[in-house]
Design a protein around this ligand. Structure first.
Ligand SMILES: C[S@@+](CC[C@H](N)C(=O)[O-])C[C@H]1O[C@@H](n2cnc3c(N)ncnc32)[C@H](O)[C@@H]1O
Length: 128
């Protein structure tokens, strides 16, 4: 499910249409900078506080690092502020972060909170 949401975000961006409503719009090739799937060749990420341009498919996630850090000591909770729909928390949970930890996400948007709750509710091993 989270993979499907990520895939959608690779292909579409959320835009406001002429009626003032939100809609998902397919990213369009406007230059040769888009690859076979109309996905940009590069993306901006940060390194040591600087914005850098890297190939789009470069994995810049620090989830594995967090999981390894969690294994070093006894922690009781994982907290992400600005968690969106909670993809990082779910990935940590599913990739070995620990099923006995408490996971907390703080999110500004109602839609993010609703989606995170929905995703948590379909996982039988998550008590929400
Ligand atoms: C770039 S998104 C990243 C979402 C998530 N961390 C992820 O990696 O998928 C930043 C998120 O922070 C949320 N946010 C921004 N300001 C916030 C605030 N003051 N309190 C809580 N959430 C906030 C936004 O609504 C958005 O979902």
């Amino acid at each position: 499910m989270i993979g499907e949401l990520e895939k959608k975000e690779r292909y579409y961006h959320l835009a406001i249409n002429d009626d003032g409503n939100y809609e998902w719009q397919r990213k369009k090739s406007e230059s040769e900078k888009f690859n076979f799937a109309d996905i940009p060749y590069n993306k901006i990420t940060s390194l040591n506080g600087l914005n850098i341009l890297v190939p789009f498919y470069t994995n810049t996630s620090i989830i594995d690092m967090i999981i390894d850090a969690l294994a070093l000591e006894q922690y009781d909770s994982v907290i992400e502020l600005g968690c969106g729909y909670g993809q990082n928390l779910f990935k940590i949970f599913y990739s070995g972060g620990g099923v006995n930890l408490k996971y907390f996400g703080g999110e500004f948007t109602k839609s993010g909170v609703e989606m995170a709750r929905k995703l948590a509710s379909i996982e039988p091993n998550i008590e929400s």
